[in-house]
Design a protein around this ligand. Structure first.
Ligand SMILES: C[S@@+](CC[C@H](N)C(=O)[O-])C[C@H]1O[C@@H](n2cnc3c(N)ncnc32)[C@H](O)[C@@H]1O
Length: 291
């Protein structure tokens, strides 16, 4: 996934620095995981990998790509290929009412809504897939791993039909050609590193006392908050019918305002990170310099 400050193009360099500077790493935490690109490269390197971000959608995607060591079996569900099943869902053949469908009602131009984030048919599809997965979970048909795997597949598909220039802080006032494509879920890529990996959805301060061989710390580096740029992915992941407001239909995000994005708190935030951390810290900029 394209992500502000994402390090997907730098993972080889980051792992190279680690290999040369800190040999014999066995466990590593990616404490500001974002897209999860670095966590995935740690997992690939064979480290027991722990991923964390205070955005819930990031946590969900990392749960699928980092915690799971194989594709879930979906044994209790009784559907051999849930991704294929979800792709084939026809909203008109489900029991979900349009009023339950939050994305359709609020982020596509239907009724009083003028927002043009998604074509109405794709918005409705996002809703019925998300609601179906929620129903399977509440009926005990899927476990946590299966739940996060399926939501992660949905989150991975959404950017390919969204009417945006990379982030959800604004939408185009015309329909980009990609919005005419049909939403199409694909299987998340799962690699097996044979380790007990973890994913957390916590403020960074809550994990500093845990001890790892390595902490990779890539916090925000300017005043741009993350949640407003990814608010729709957060809402799809949570599906919590939030209060929204403004032209873009922004959810409230008081608890997800980052101390790293404010001039008057960023210094103390770094001091806390360095002082309270019980692991060796690699900060993104240093990794670049060393590389
Ligand atoms: C520069 S991005 C990380 C990018 C990531 N390395 C990647 O490759 O995609 C910073 C991340 O820090 C998260 N973040 C900001 N403040 C946080 C906090 N107090 N606790 C946990 N996560 C936080 C943001 O949600 C964002 O995903």
């Amino acid at each position: 996934m394209r992500y502000i400050g994402g390090k997907s193009l730098l993972t080889d360099k980051i792992c190279g620095v680690i290999n040369s500077e800190i040999p014999r790493v066995s466990s590593a935490i990616d404490i500001f995981a974002g897209s999860g690109a670095v966590s995935q490269s740690f997992k690939k390197a064979g480290y027991r990998t722990v991923s964390n971000d205070f955005l819930y959608f990031s946590y969900v995607m990392s749960y699928a790509s980092v915690v799971l060591n194989k594709r879930p079996s979906f044994r209790n569900l009784g559907i051999a290929d849930p991704i294929k099943y979800l792709n084939a869902l026809k909203p008109e053949n489900t029991d979900f009412r349009p009023s339950e469908c939050f994305i359709y009602s609020n982020y596509s131009p239907v009724g009083d809504c003028e927002r043009m984030y998604f074509q109405p048919d794709n918005a409705l599809k996002i809703d019925v897939i998300r609601l179906t997965v929620e129903e399977w979970k509440s009926e005990g048909l899927i476990d946590d791993g299966e739940y996060f795997y399926l939501i992660s597949a949905l989150l991975g598909a959404v950017p390919f039909v969204a009417n945006i220039a990379g982030v959800y802080a604004a939408y185009f006032k015309f329909w980009d050609s990609r919005t005419y494509k049909h939403l199409d879920l694909t299987e998340p890529v799962i690699i097996n590193n044979g380790r007990k990996n973890e994913s957390y959805n916590l403020d960074y301060t809550e994990l500093l006392s845990k001890r790892f061989d390595l902490m990779y710390a890539d916090p925000p580096y300017n005043s741009r908050e993350y949640l407003p740029n990814y608010h729709i992915l957060e809402t799809i992941a949570r599906y919590d019918y939030p209060e929204i407001h403004g032209v873009t239909g922004m959810r409230e995000y008081g608890r997800q305002k980052s101390v790293f994005c404010k001039k008057n708190t960023v210094r103390e935030a770094f001091e806390t990170l360095i002082r309270d951390c019980r692991s060796v810290v690699v900060q993104a900029d240093n990794a670049f310099k060393a590389a």
